[in-house]
Design a protein around this ligand. Structure first.
Ligand code: GNR
Ligand code: NI
Length: 180
């Protein structure tokens, strides 16, 4: 119980690259999965806010279902968005390059180019079909999360040279961290 009397969902462990699950394509949520998804989503939000991050895909917590949560926290206010079976319906011709990070590659950052705007179709937590036109950071974040559901990391959008540099740096830093 927290000071205000609310109950906090239990945190989930975030997988760090390289992990086989992070390279695995997740399967769509079907009718038989909804009980699991309703239990999972609050725990994903709690894990994302704690990290902190602006997005989290179920793949990152080793659940290979097509579920992602996003919250850009505009003006420090919660604006939670749950994306179930998200699909990119259309992308802009214009692309934008911005620096990305990932909770599965802690402390690693690189410029990634993606379509500037995307139209996304998804199911909400009530199983209702929704559509959203996203631009700016939200567009980048949603594409980053859908990539996770397809087993793709932001470093997969970089040159092999840059990707290998980041993966080696991450491995070194994780080893140092484990050694204390
Ligand atoms: O916290 C995150 N920040 C971020 C910044 C730019 C583009 C994408 C992201 S998502 C990331 C959290 C994460 O790893 N989600 O999968
Ligand atoms: Ni990520």
């Amino acid at each position: 119980m927290t000071p205000d009397g609310s109950i906090e969902p239990a945190l989930l462990e975030i997988l760090i690259a390289p992990h086989k699950s992070l390279k695995t394509k997740a399967r769509p949520v079907g009718p038989e999965d909804w009980d699991q998804v309703r239990a999972l989503v609050p725990r994903m939000f709690a894990t994302m806010y704690k990290a902190p991050g602006i997005g989290l895909a179920a793949t990152q917590v080793n659940v290979l279902l097509r579920v992602a949560v996003v919250d850009l926290m505009p003006d420090n206010q919660c604006a939670p968005l749950t994306l179930i079976n998200p699909e990119i319906l259309a992308v802009s011709e214009t692309w934008t390059t911005r620096e990305e990070g990932c909770l599965s590659l802690p402390n690693q950052y690189a410029d990634v180019s993606r379509p500037s705007e995307v139209r996304v179709g998804f199911l909400d937590l009530d199983g209702k079909r929704q559509e959203l036109q996203a631009e700016g950071l939200l567009a980048a974040c949603i594409q980053h999360e859908i990539d996770h559901l397809d087993g793709i990391l932001f470093v997969d959008h970089l040159s092999i040279l840059k990707r290998n540099m980041i993966m080696r740096k991450l491995a070194k830093e994780m080893k140092q961290k484990a050694a204390g």
